[in-house]
Design a binder for this molecule. Structure first.
Ligand code: ADP
Ligand code: MG
Length: 702
């Protein structure tokens, strides 16, 4: 029997979360119960209740040392935003008290004009509203009470990432409950909840070295850097022992996260040198999304305290793996039944097979949206580069489920394979059962026992959008399944037909082989799967009629809101590349050019001096180096001019879609051309002349 020591971990380390335990203690019983009820049922909270909660929240926060409060929200920048107000309020007799009203808890009114709105709101319409999201717990950060909030414009259009996520959580609840009810709802479930556990990859490097690189400071990634003699080819970093400085960082990070109620669980070294991963224990998707944003922010802060810099960019170094985020996702009833759990004999578990069919069909129909969900200039460097799944969306089910669905499709009898005992040949080690299927690390969307692992996400992105899409596309399939089954004359027959037909129609999305191979790319093409290699190729799919209708059907986005998101994302892509290009030019012209000129000049002086002492010396090495450097310097000059032209001569009337393609085809390739020259120069320059720390220093100094 498993036994566990029960401790209240957040309390033990000084919790900073206004969680259920605190609320139950501090709120009047009726208030607590109505709050819980409205959170669970998704009903509107009574104002009077909010006023009582505000007062208790303020007292608790002040006891914990908070002096300010903020509505903490997630605008379309991808990071979180906060505007702090202090609790102080002057009262009539000249005194100042610490106060916080129910009104302030429910609603905030930040100036919205400087947040991206994608044309939804003109600058003069500055008003924006934030509103308390009681389904995620308030917490204290840097002496400030943070109230998780949604963010919308004066006219009610959504300007953030949380609102569509909450809407998608409701949609999947609504339609999954219809299915659960059709199967008799034996556990008496009232709700179905979307669950997520995001694994977060990151790099840690020395902060002093970080500060010496303009590219890292401005863009979060190195724009130049020749490949180090040792990258990740020895495969010795993955799961390797953790160095003391990193360990100390992880220990502090865990404590900070636990205090914020984030259950950081697993930490290990990743594939590339200096790369690591953190996985929390899963939670409902809304909380997991807030927590992932907080985790990234805390990682950066704790790293700074340890003299380190935490890089969350998807591709900080070329030549070694970049960082991703694995979005583990499932849906579970409030009675604890995971609807993606196949059970002991999945062939008999028709409810599971129906949910599985819904996912298969959803992923196949909406390959475009899943690719859109992981868009971004940074992530484009990873997808399809033999380190992350390719840009082609497919699904891995594993041998057992694959056999099962083949047997359903062909109406064959399925013979279940028993779990085999692992034979490891060492007697003292206890025997354990082998899983009926191996893992597939190359798949973009893998079934991993009782959840799906969406592996295409880049490390910096908010998980809000990918989960909004996952929940919506599943809700849509479940809705149409429920429509059919609710009207079925013979439920079992209809169910069988539905599962069988869905599998037949959508099995082309299932691929259990190596997603990194060249053969898969051509096979996927034959199967008719999409291969949207880059962000500007993928984003226009976001606003196709199919997707406008899908999001409208479930009340997730209006057509205008979807269009605004498309504009914001494409604009972000273009701006990211523009900033990278300008940073490269600045570094190349003002640091690298003077360095190479100085080195060539010093070499020339050396030759002249040597020859003045011993006139018949050949000075082969110096002369050849001078020639090589001069040749590359000419190339450097030309590449800079090319890039400069590319970023300045942009047609002002070009439409957004073409602008994205222009940045990819013209600007990005000019950046690459400049980089190739600079990286070659780095390999022949004396170290003391090179203006930036090398890859070897950056990757191996901790
Ligand atoms: P991996 O083997 O993929 O590296 P990890 O153990 O590092 O796995 O991370 C797995 C993640 O999946 C954790 O965050 C875990 O809490 C989460 N997870 C486990 N079960 C579920 C589930 N049913 N639904 C969603 N997430 C889950
Ligand atoms: Mg994983």
């Amino acid at each position: 029997m498993d036994t566990a020591i029960r401790v209240n971990v957040p309390e033990m380390f000084g919790s900073l979360v206004f969680n259920d335990i605190v609320m139950e203690k501090r709120l009047p019983k009726e208030t607590y119960e109505s709050l819980k009820k409205s959170v669970e049922e998704g009903s509107t909270l009574d104002k009077e209740i909010a006023y009582v909660v505000a007062s208790a929240m303020k007292d608790w926060a002040i006891e914990k040392g908070a002096t300010h409060f903020t509505h903490w929200f997630q605008p379309m920048t991808g990071i979180t935003a906060e505007k702090h107000d202090s609790f102080i309020t002057p009262v009539s007799n000249g005194q100042v008290i610490m106060d916080f009203s129910g009104k302030e808890l429910i609603k905030g009114e930040p100036d919205a004009s400087s947040f991206p709105s994608g044309g939804l709101r003109a600058t003069f319409e500055a008003r924006g509203y934030t509103a308390w999201d009681p389904t995620s717990h308030a917490f204290i950060k840097e002496n400030t009470l943070c109230i998780p909030s949604v963010f919308c414009s004066y006219s009610g259009q959504i300007l953030d990432k949380k609102t569509p996520l909450l809407r998608s959580i409701n949609a999947v609840n609504k339609h999954a409950m219809r299915i659960v009810n059709l199967f008799g709802n034996k556990s008496g479930a009232k709700r179905v909840v979307s669950i997520t556990g995001p694994e977060q990859e990151y790099f840690l490097i020395d902060r002093d070295l970080y500060k010496q690189r303009e590219d890292l400071i401005v863009c979060g990634r190195t724009l130049f850097g020749s490949k180090p003699p040792k990258g990740q080819e020895m495969e010795d970093h993955y799961f390797g022992s953790i160095k003391p400085r990193v360990k100390a960082f992880m220990k502090d990070l865990d404590l900070e996260l636990w205090r914020l109620g984030i259950l950081a669980k697993t930490e290990h070294n990743e594939v590339a040198p200096s790369q690591h991963e953190l996985a929390p224990i899963y939670s409902d998707t809304n909380t997991a999304t807030d927590h992932n944003q907080l985790t990234m922010e805390t990682m950066k802060k704790v790293a700074q305290n340890h003299g380190l810099a935490c890089l969350l960019h998807e591709k900080p170094f070329s030549g070694v793996n970049g960082s991703g985020k694995h979005n583990n996702w499932s849906i579970t009833t409030d009675t604890g039944i995971n609807l993606f759990e196949p059970g002991e004999s999945p062939r008999e578990n028709s409810q599971f097979l129906l949910f599985l069919s819904a996912v298969i069909s959803a992923v196949d129909k909406h390959q475009d949206l899943l690719r859109v969900a992981v868009n971004g200039a940074g992530n484009d460097h990873r997808l399809g580069a033999n380190e992350a799944p390719p840009a082609i969306v497919s699904m891995f089910l594993g041998d057992e489920l694959d056999d099962i669905i083949t047997s359903i499709e062909n109406d064959d009898v399925y013979v279940q394979k028993d779990k085999q005992t692992m034979k490891h040949g060492v007697k003292v080690i206890p025997r354990f059962a082998r899983d009926t299927t191996d893992r597939n690390r190359t798949s973009p969307f893998a079934f991993t026992g009782n959840k799906f692992e969406f592996r295409m996400l880049g490390s910096t992105v908010s998980i809000a959008c990918p989960n909004t899409i996952l929940n919506t596309i599943l809700a849509d399939e479940l809705a149409s399944f429920a429509d059919v089954l609710e009207n079925a004359e013979n439920f079992d027959d209809q169910l069988h037909k539905l599962i069988k037909n869905t599998i037949k129609e959508h099995k082309k999305i299932i691929f259990n082989g190596n997603n990194y191979s060249e053969e898969w790319i051509s096979e996927a093409k034959e199967r008719g799967l999409l291969n949207l290699r880059t962000t500007p190729e993928a984003l226009p799919f976001y606003i196709s009629q199919k997707n406008i209708d899908l999001f409208a059907r479930h009340g997730i986005y209006t057509a205008e809101e979807l269009n605004s998101r498309y504009e914001i994302l494409m604009d972000d892509y273009c701006k990211t590349i523009q900033i990278e290009a300008l940073t490269m030019l600045d570094m190349a012209k003002r640091d690298i050019t003077p360095a190479v000129c100085k080195y060539a000049n010093d070499l020339s002086c050396t030759v002249a001096n040597k020859k003045s002492v011993v006139p018949d010396l050949e000075c082969c090495l110096e002369i050849n180096l001078i020639k090589k450097i001069s040749c590359l310097t000419d190339k450097l000059y030309k590449s800079c001019t090319n890039l400069e032209n590319a970023v300045t001569n942009i047609d002002k009337d070009i439409d957004l879609k073409d602008l994205g393609l222009y940045y990819k085809d013209v600007v990005l390739s000019s950046c690459q051309e400049l980089r190739t020259t600079v990286d070659e120069l780095e390999t022949i320059m004396a170290k003391e002349y090179w203006p930036y720390p090398s890859y070897t220093k950056l990757l191996y100094s901790i």
